[in-house]
Every structure is written in C-alpha cells, then in structure tokens.
Design a protein around this ligand. Sequence first.
Ligand code: C2O
Ligand code: CU
Length: 508
Amino acid sequence: MSITPPSPASGVPLSRRRLLQIGAAGAVVLGGSYAGVRLWEDSSPVGPGSAAVAKAEAARHGTGTIVHRELTAAPATVDLGGRTVSTWAFDGTVPGPEIRLTAGDQLQVRLLNKLTDPTTVHWHGVALRNDMDGVPDLTMTSVPPGGSFDYSFVVPDPGTYWFHPHVGVQLDTGMHAALIVEDPNEPGGYDDEVVLILDDWTDGWGDSPQDILTRLGRDGMGGAGMGGMGGMGGMTSPGQPLGSDAGDVVYPAHLINGRLPQAPVTINSTPGRRIRFRLINAGSDTAYRFAVGGHRMTVTHTDGYGVRPVEVDTLVLGMGERYDVVVTVGDGAFPIVAVPEGKKGPSAMAVLRTASGSPPAPGARPGELDGKLLSYGDLTPTAAAALEPLHPDREIDLALGMADGGRRWLINGAAFGDHKPLEIKAGERVRLTMHNQTMMFHPMHLHGHTFAVATSAGPGIRKDTVNVLPMQTLSVDLTADNPGQWMAHCHNAYHGALGMMTVVSYVA
Ligand code: C2O
Ligand code: CU
C-alpha cells in the first residue's frame, strides 16, 4: 500500500490576524487564586500544579519509552491541490505531522510559537495530567509569540486521538494533526492502516476564522454569508440525523488529509486487503457523512475505545469525534467521501484504488451515503471499554442554550468567563446530563476523561465527544479519576468561542 501525495509547504509571514483569546476572563486556578463559586465552604479547587495531579501521573505506569518531538506553530503557505493558501500550521503542513506512539509511552513535545499570537496545544481525548492539557488560563499560561513550552506526559490509553490549539478559533486554521496511540496488545484484524483527517477550509481562501467569529458575534446566525436556516434550525429526521441546520458557516472547501477533491490523496491497495481507516473530524463547524464507494465498513472504535463490530454503509462524525472502521478492499477505483451534514458545501474526497481506470470525479456521491447509517444506538462497548454500571454519586445538569440570535452560546445560562465551575470530588461517579435547548446539534467534549454515553439498556459506548441533537437530553457517566480543572465545551469552534464552554472542577 502506498499513499500519495504529501502536501508541500513553506513559511510566509502573516500579520493580518487578531485573535480573541478566550478564557482570559475565566476562572484562574494557576498559582492557587480562584474566582469560582464554592459548592463546599471548606473546599478548594484542585489546581493543575497540585500534588493530586502529580500523584495521578505517578500512578500511570509507563513503558519507560520516551518519544521526543518538536512542533513549530508558524504561518505557512500550503498547496491544497491546485489552490495555495496562507494559513497557520504545525511544521508547515496541513494536517500537521502525525505523532504515533504506544500506550504507556511518555510524550515529550517542545512547542515553538512563531505565530503573531499566543497559542497552546491541547491533546484531544487523552486522559493526561491536568497541567499538560493546554488550556490557557486554566491549566497553563499560553505560549507567547517567540516563546516555547515543553509538554511531557504519559499517554495512558490506546486509540485515535488528535491535537490542536486551544486559543480562540485557531482550530479553524491548518493547526491540527493526528495523535495515534498504538495498543501493545493490538488484536489486529486488519492488514494496513490509513489515517483520514476531515476538515472544513476557509483560511486564506474565504473569510478568516477571526472575521467569521467577529461577524457571528456581531450579527448572529442571520449574518450575511452564513449558512443553514438563519438560526431557525430544525428537528432531526431520518434524512437529517443532526437536524436541518448543523452549521453556521459555509466553507469554500472541504478536505481529506489537506487535499481538495480535484487533487485527492490516493490510497493504492490490493483487492482483499483489509484497511483500518482512522477517521478524525478536525472541522470547526462541519459534521461529515462519511462513506467509501462500493464498500461497507465495519465500525470497531469510537473516540479511541472499542465497540462490538457493526457493519454500516455510512456514518456521521461531529466535530472532534473519531471512528475507526475496517474495509475489505474491492477491485477498482473508488471515491472516499465526506459530505457536509446538515449544511451546504462541496464534499471532500480521497481515492481508494487497486486497478487502473479513470478516477472518481470530484463531487462523486456514492450510494452508500444513503444506505445503512450508523447511530449510537447500534453500538455497544467491548468488555474492555465498558464502565462498571455504578449508581452516580453526583448528578450535574448542563443546559445548552443560545442567546441574542446566535451571538452568544451558553451553558447553564452563562457564557464562558461568567460560568460557575461544575464541582466534583475525586473518586465520585458523576453523571453529566446535557439538555439541548437549541435547534442545532452540539458536539460536546470533556477534557481528561472518556465517559460512557448512558443508555436504558446495558453499558454505554465510551466517548469523549458526543453529539447532542436539537432539543435532546443526553446523559454521560464518568469516574472522577483524573484530578484537575477540565474544560467541557461544544466542539463547534464558533459556539465555543462565543461562550459554550464551562469547567468541570475537582475540589478537595
Ligand atoms: Cu478538541 Cu477543548 O478540545
Ligand atoms: Cu455547539
């Protein structure tokens, strides 16, 4: 198997960008000062620098292997395949360089910031030590232009993860990449592995992420150039599993591994080989419906954790979600497509090929897209991924709301900065219940933990990012086993930046 082509890039400075640094007004735990509200009079927040965080890290039994990397965040000019854009990237490429290691390894990354704005790296989905989580003003001070930061942490669990900045809407530039954690006891069941990163693209082509954020904050969802239904949204239906308005932003392009459909990544293989695709939605405002033309897919993991294998034709990934699927390769040239779900826009495409013959045309719409669609209800966790069914010690509600016609997005009536931290104690079993009071879906993500999506029948699938549908109430269960201060937020980059974020705060 071979994959072509890599995307070339070179550095060109940009100066047009101003970044809104979210979190500056938020609860600051660094150094022990704290602006939150006490649930327990005599309790105090467990900060990232606390002994409890160091103790939890010491208990993560490592392999002893240290993986060193250096990552440079800098302006870059990148060829998307016939279209060159100026953006921000890690090491000059979109996506950035994959980091691959084995569960239990220690990852040491030196981040060099050559941007004109502060930045951080967040390791999405990894149950890591709190002071390495990369959230400005909550777990670390953001890295100033010209500065650097040394990340160092044990990566405890195998799976498909990714990393991206956690400042403003930097996520909607080219700064994202895969973090693949191999399982030392990998059961296999496949011959080859391919990582596919799906992304919505505007930077250096359409409006800049900062301009989009400014306009959404000023005009709400009725603003010119916005997609969907002008904020009206609509309930889910069989054809629209996320509702009729799943995004606010119309993107000029959608990419798979940084390439346009006109010059797609091509996976060359042999009939009968089993390919494990690791799918990552790195989009900022786009859910994707994914399919491989001429093939069914066996779903094996979601958000890094195992599920009992299920065969489907197509599946939808919300922003931040991952799926691993296995495909047995047929003979021919097939489109691999990711279609924006619940919004307008061209699709993203890659090509799977074993034979010569003409490549699929950009815009190909294989019938699998309308076939059997995966839903969470089809999935059950593997025995290893199932959480013990325990009665929750603490139940916390999160009301997901919208205000001012989409100019602000709220959790429990407050935008981030005015939020009340959600306090829990180490060792508790916690149930978070999300009440979506809006007509858009929200891919809700919790840092530092992998929760179980609650079901009425049996153990729920383990995930760190879950789509909460319009007007839906959905609960997730977790064991409070990773002390610190952890973001819980919508992974729509614009909803997050306009307020839909809060903090799950361990207190002692
Ligand atoms: Cu990928 Cu706070 O998120
Ligand atoms: Cu949202």
